[in-house]
Ligand binder design. Structure first.
Ligand SMILES: [Zn+2]
Length: 175
């Protein structure tokens, strides 16, 4: 995951007053994570890393958009994404992310946030996402004729919904 080095923070380098970082998540970011659901993306991420008594706190603000398949016609559509999260980070023996606290191996103190950022993007996307009514670039008559509901791609069929389930399940398992 070559680009991932761009989304790492060496916690030992964080000065006493903390540090502010501005990252950009682009197509290479999503490509490197090998997540086919998101082909294109352009998201600005502002991070504030602060020392706490027992570790660190990372505030993340993200804003931008991603291209994902429309639920109705499956053609790409642009989806605005806005997300905020505060991550609690501790130094420990080995990497662990239990959903509440991220533990980073103390010997390297390298916090890799690529997956956390990706997770934030995915969770910020509404489960149902379509082009505005009547603006799908291709006709989907076969979908309309087979079902009274124009949307025949059910949640269960959508690879995107499956990914969301997976992430939600992962968090639940770790609780
Ligand atoms: Zn569409």
């Amino acid at each position: 995951m070559e680009c991932s080095r761009l989304y790492k923070v060496n916690l030992l380098d964080v000065p006493a007053e903390g540090s502010d970082l501005a990252w950009h998540l682009d197509d290479d970011f999503f490509k490197a994570l090998e997540q086919i659901e998101i082909e294109h993306g352009s998201i600005d991420a502002a991070l504030r890393v602060r020392h706490k008594a027992d570790g660190y706190e990372v505030d993340v603000d993200m804003e931008g958009n991603v291209d994902i398949p429309c639920d109705r016609c499956l053609e790409p559509m642009s989806q605005d994404v806005e997300a905020h999260s505060t991550l609690t980070v501790r130094l420990g023996q080995a990497y662990d992310d239990d959903g509440d606290i991220i533990t980073v191996a103390a010997d390297t103190a390298e916090l890799d946030l690529a997956w956390n950022l990706f997770e934030m993007v995915v969770l910020a996307i509404p489960t149902h996402h379509t082009h505005p009514d009547g603006q799908c670039p291709v006709d989907v008559p076969f979908l309309v004729s087979e079902s009274p509901e124009p949307r025949s791609v059910s949640d269960a069929d959508s690879p995107f919904a499956k990914l969301k389930d997976l992430l939600a399940q992962g968090d639940a398992d770790n609780k």
